[in-house]
Design a protein. Structure first.
Length: 80
């Protein structure tokens, strides 16, 4: 799953019945002040989590394999 682009739209993951959403690989490459947010749910990434730019906020992101953190990733607070 790729969350990217220059739009000002963020992705919100919330109220998942199991409380967990799983992705094989996940890339976050959003512009400043946008990103992926979750309430109290958990995002599980079984493959590679790539953080290029943008925010992660809210619940928990669980990276079970590799994590790639680019030097441009300045806002990935509260994750991993």
């Amino acid at each position: 799953m790729v969350f990217g682009g220059a739009s000002t739209i963020s992705a919100y993951v919330s109220d998942i019945s199991s409380g967990v959403i799983t992705f094989n690989n996940m890339t976050i490459n959003k512009t400043a002040n946008t990103g992926v947010y979750t309430s109290d749910d958990r995002i599980v990434v079984t493959g590679t989590l790539t953080l290029t730019d943008g925010q992660i906020g809210g619940g928990t992101v669980e990276a079970q394999a590799g994590v790639t953190l680019a030097s441009t990733s300045t806002e990935a607070t509260g994750c991993c």
